[in-house]
Write a new protein. Structure first.
Length: 325
């Protein structure tokens, strides 16, 4: 019996050392490091930057990545922030927003072996993966909702800048409005600023004075001012990029959601699993859950109305409807 116990003890000791030896020989898997240069307003915009940040937090929690970020208010230029993120040793460096493109391409040329992701614009550089969205598709549905909400047939659109990207929002929205109400008027104003809520409020105030009773904003923090002004005037508004209902809970009917968080998480998940980024451009629309509408609130909303929105969504996904120019 004693001999048996001795043999068992010896086996346990041997297995213990063998286990330690095996553990010492296994190298821990390297964690993926991601760096992101946020858009101009940065965190707290309840829009583009916040959505991207949610995607990165999800990737951190579910994929085990590590991430860092830079804001324009700290780095002064996009180029400086991107350069810092590269030199920090990040596996992938992300530039958020079309305004980052020029500086990102400068840095990408300087570091040709570094992997970059550009969100909301298209680069031809080989080390840059571009992620874009079909904003016109989501905006078309926002136009359908606006057409069913308006009583005056006078609807407004406020864009942050008169550039091709923001015109996609405007065109899709106008087409959606006119699909249901061809006689409705859509007044379009481009603010020339994405970070000025007072400017947005003043533009919206001018629209409301002319009888506008629904305004759609694609203008970042400038648009937030318009949403709050709509609430102050007792009229309706449609937010953008993320669900902006909580900015003006008596006014925001819905928001055209651009799922930057979904897009980022999807691309990073593929990278974590395969060890490489998709090359070229990844474009996401309604079918890919890249864009869509936040829940309808504030206004009475019937089942037939919701079915109508879904029918238009299906038409867009099936290619029966043109939502762009």
């Amino acid at each position: 019996m004693k001999r048996f116990r001795l043999i068992v003890a010896m086996m346990l000791v041997i297995s213990l050392f063998a286990g330690c030896s095996a553990q010492e020989g296994v190298k821990p898997k390297k964690r993926i490091k991601i760096g992101i240069m946020l858009s101009d307003v940065g965190l707290g915009d309840q829009s583009f930057s916040d959505s991207a940040f949610r995607g990165l937090m999800k990737a951190r929690d579910e994929l085990g990545i590590i991430f860092d970020y830079r804001e324009l208010q700290d780095t002064k230029t996009y180029e400086q922030g991107l350069k810092e993120l590269v030199e920090e040793g990040n596996d992938i460096v992300i530039g958020l927003g079309f305004m980052v493109q020029q500086d990102l391409e400068k840095v990408a040329k300087r570091y040709p072996k570094q992997k970059f992701i550009l969100i909301d614009s298209v680069s031809s550089l080989k080390n840059v993966t571009s992620i874009t969205f079909k904003e016109d598709e989501g905006s078309f549905l926002a136009g359908i909702v606006a057409a069913m909400t308006t009583k005056t047939n006078n609807i407004g659109f406020i864009g942050g800048a008169d550039v091709p990207l923001i015109r996609k929002f405007a065109v899709g929205f106008e087409k959606g409005v006119h699909a249901l109400k061809p006689a409705a008027t859509v007044e379009m104003v481009y603010a020339g600023d994405f970070g000025n809520d007072k400017l947005g409020a003043n533009i919206a105030k001018g629209m409301f004075a002319k009888g506008c009773d629904v305004v759609y904003t694609a203008a970042g923090f400038t648009g937030v001012g318009a949403l709050k002004e709509a609430e102050a005037h007792g009229v309706y508004a449609i937010g953008v990029d993320s669900d902006q209902y909580f900015y003006a809970e008596k006014a925001v009917v819905t928001s055209m959601v651009k799922n930057v968080d979904v897009a980022l998480f999807t691309v990073l998940k593929q990278y974590a699993e395969k060890g490489k980024l998709e090359s070229g451009t990844v474009q996401l629309g309604l079918k890919e859950n890249g864009v869509g509408l936040a829940p309808i609130r504030v206004v009475p909303w019937s089942e037939p109305q919701q079915k109508l929105v879904e029918q238009w969504k299906e038409k867009i996904e099936n290619g029966e409807v043109t939502t762009n120019e």
